[in-house]
Structures are given as structure tokens and as C-alpha cells.
Design a protein around this ligand. Sequence first.
Ligand code: NAD
Length: 275
Amino acid sequence: MQVMERENQTAGAQQSLRGKSAIVTGSTSGIGLGIARALTAAGANVMFNGFGSSPCINDLRRGLETSFDVKTAMSFADMSKPADIAEMIDAARTEFGQIDILINNAGIQHVEAIETFPVAKWDSIIAIDLTAAFHTIRAVVPEMKSRGWGRIVNIASAHGLVASPFKSAYVAAKHGIVGLTKTVALETAEHGITVNAICPGYVLTPLVAKQIPETAHARMLTEQQVIHDVLLHAQPTRQFVTTEEVGALTVFLCSPLAKSMTGTALPLEGGWTAQ
Ligand code: NAD
């Protein structure tokens, strides 16, 4: 009997999110798109968010809706604007009826020495990579508490755990989101809500591709040297992490079987922070 129950639980994990509804910020590209794909494959309805061309995003959504028999929606809300964030949350509620899962993923980066780091870049990075999560979380926690179930996953970074030079705003924002994760986890622990951060190492997305010339300039290296001697040098596996890996961990954290994991900052970085 116990064996059967265990098998049912494991089988349930495959489509464990059927009937749940999620928002994934910054899901038109890279890691957020990988997470949105994984959540729909697990049966969840997903509100996409981010920038990009409507026809491409609509094609992508139709494909996922057909493949996995889920609903999707799209919001072009700018995560640096609290009023846009409020509209996105309202639109998700109207579309799906409720929000069970919130993935704070939208993020930007800028690589430059502290003396010349542009003030406007600092402000944008803190707004999008940190403050946006404050606004989304405080908007969804009341309804999650009222239903006694919720899952919040914040995409931090290995830079939420350790620093690298020339990334002052990003490292500050990512350490900040780890702190936000722990605090909200404690506040919601008795309400069936879990709040966790995933800390990926380098994933070869447009965000990282853009950093390669910036880092080459800041450190006076060639772009090949940046890839091998800076980015992958940080990761003992010497391999980029994939969006599929981040998507799979997110689905697990959102599953019923992860109900006792909360307040964590999980490294997914090829051994980077073990050194
Ligand atoms: P990406 O550039 O491929 O995608 C970023 C997404 O965020 C896009 O959908 C973009 O449209 C959206 N976005 C950007 N600014 C926005 C705004 N103001 N409002 C709404 N959406 C906005 O980047 P990525 O590499 O997939 O990064 C996603 C997240 O993962 C970020 O938080 C990043 O810090 C984190 N991360 C990335 C890596 C990596 O190596 N790529 C590693 C660790 C953590």
C-alpha cells in the first residue's frame, strides 16, 4: 500500500501543477521562457511577461496551449513600473481566476567599475531585479494566504551568494532578493506558502551574451578569454547551466512534494559556490 502511494505521488509530480495558475515575469526570453515552458508542461496555466514581438509570443503561446492543454496570457508590463505590475496581476486574476504560483525572474545586468557605474543603470537594476519582486509578492500573498496554498520562486543568481567585481548593482540586487526570499518565507510559513530562491550560475542567454563584450572591455580581455577564463572559470563543471535545468527545479519547488522547502537559496551553478 505504501509503495503504491509513493508511486502515485511520483506519477503525480509529472503533471503536478494541473489546474494551478502562474505568473512568470521576464518570460519572453532565456531562463524565464524555459521556466514558462516547464510549468505549462507540468499542467499549469501561465501568464507570460516581458518585451518582444507580439506575433512571436502569440505563436509560442498557441504552441504550448495545444501541446499541454493549458491556458496562457501575455502582459507587456514593465517591471520597473509599480502601476504596470499592478495591472499585470489584475490581468492574471481576470484571465485565470486566481494566482497560485509567482516566479520573479525578469532581470537586467550592467558590468562596469564602481567609479563610473551609471546612476541610472544602478536605479534600473535595483528596480527590475529587486523592487519588482517586492511589488509582485505583496500583491499575491493575501490571496495565497486565503487559500492556504502558494508557491513563490525568485530567480536570484550565484551572485546572490557570492560577488564578482564590476557588478555592484546586480550583486546588491541579487543578495537583496535572497534576503527578501527568507523574510517572506518566515512570514508565510504557516499558510501553506513556500518562498524560495534559485541561484543559477552562467546560462547562455541574451543577458549573458551581452555581458561578454562589456566584461572584455572592463577587464581588457578578448571575448574568448571572457568565456573561458572568466565565465566558465567560475564553474568547476566548465559548462553553462541550461534553461531546462532551471525550469525543472522550478517545477519541483512548485510541486506538492516540495511543501517543506521554504526560505532556501538553492545553488544551480556547476559547483561555483562550493569553492
Ligand atoms: P534574458 O535577457 O534572456 O531575459 C530577460 C527577460 O526579462 C526577457 O523576457 C525581457 O523581456 C524581460 N525584461 C527585461 N526587462 C524587463 C522589464 N523592465 N519589465 C519586464 N520584463 C523585462 O535574461 P536571462 O539570462 O534569461 O535572465 C533571467 C533572470 O535570470 C534574471 O533575473 C537574471 O538575473 C537571472 N540569472 C541569469 C543568469 C544567466 O547566466 N543568464 C544567471 C543567474 C541568474
